[in-house]
Design a protein around this ligand. Structure first.
Ligand SMILES: [Zn+2]
Length: 328
């Protein structure tokens, strides 16, 4: 259960626009909620539905305690319909069934809401059916179409919707979401630095790929400090097998960049900016070995390596060259 105040922290613009449209009684017939996974599209749909149906609301804020609020929360309100992909797609039949429902007047009032989750997954037939539905709006009906990919939705549908662009999560909120998904706090902080997309962050975390990547970065630093002559061996036998794809190697290099940035932040006493939060002891030891000049040069060569990977230079070659630079 989330309130408008909660949602304003995460999606200030969208929340404000919806609350205003509610207060001014200018609710659109159709909204297109567009934004990546985890940005609050479902939560805001529910909240907006509660604002509309709650009899005890205070301004736009629903009470979250009445029968209507409870039923909307659990997806059982008779006048709030949810359509989700049936398998890979949303089919024409699902839209037809919805339309049929809507020919009867509302059970509890004349108002009706429908939410289409994954609206980009509608088949061509389903899209055309929905379009017809949108073309004959009744004053009492509100549609909310939710999508991660607005471009995949028919122009004719999009043009009938008020577009609401959901912003990527601020890294603090992404961290919270990741911890909710069962990721440790230290990994969540590092993952949130790597991407602002929840789905992508969760993908990184699959099969321990990310935890191992993080371990390899720290091992590389240790090898460079303590056994520089074994660094190339380490790259060939440990590093390269883990970062097989170019895209993966880019993320590995990003993690390496964070390490050196952390050393600078630690040096400046800006510990709150550190992302390798569990490695402060190690960082302290490292700071004795790396001068500021060394660190800046290292960052420059890592950025150079990232450029070369983009230019299709062979990854192993790029990493070997980088290692030689970092050893100095
Ligand atoms: Zn209520």
């Amino acid at each position: 259960m989330q309130t408008w105040n909660d949602m304003k922290q995460i999606q200030p613009l969208v929340s404000q626009m919806l609350v205003n449209s509610f207060k001014k009684d200018r609710i659109s017939h159709a909204y297109l909620f567009q934004g990546s996974r985890g940005t609050g599209k479902r939560e805001i749909s529910k909240l907006f539905a509660k604002s509309i149906f709650c009899p005890n609301r205070d301004g736009a804020e629903p009470c979250h305690a009445c029968n209507a609020c409870h039923r909307i929360e659990s997806g059982n309100h008779p006048d709030v319909h949810w359509i989700e992909p049936d398998g890979m797609s949303i089919k024409k039949d699902q839209i037809l069934r919805l339309q049929k429902e809507f020919t009867y007047t509302g059970m509890e009032s004349n108002r009706k809401i429908y939410v289409v989750v994954g609206a980009d997954k509608m088949t061509a037939n389903a899209s055309n059916r929905l379009l017809k539905f949108l073309e004959e709006p009744s004053r009492q009906t509100t549609a909310m179409l939710l999508t991660e990919n607005g471009q995949a939705i028919l122009d004719t549908i999009r043009s009938r919707c008020q577009l609401m662009a959901f912003q990527p999560l601020h890294s603090v909120h992404l961290e919270e979401k990741l911890v909710e998904e069962g990721i440790s706090e230290s990994n969540a902080k590092l993952l949130a630095s790597l991407t602002n997309n929840l789905a992508e962050a969760l993908e990184f975390d699959e099969e321990n790929w990310f935890a191992n990547a993080r371990k390899l970065v720290i091992q590389l630093i240790e090898v460079l400090q303590n056994k520089p002559n074994e660094a190339l061996l380490f790259i060939n036998h440990q590093w390269m097998p883990h970062f097989k794809e170019r895209e993966q190697l880019q993320r590995g290099l990003d993690l390496l960049i964070f390490w050196f940035k952390d050393m600078i932040n630690h040096d400046l006493g800006r510990d709150e900016a550190i992302v390798y939060i569990q490695e402060i002891d190690r960082m302290e030891q490292a700071s004795m070995r790396w001068s500021r000049q060394n660190i800046v040069e290292s960052l420059t060569s890592i950025l150079e390596a990232k450029r070369k990977i983009n230019q299709n230079v062979h990854p192993t070659l790029v990493m070997e060259q980088l290692t030689l630079h970092l050893k100095r």
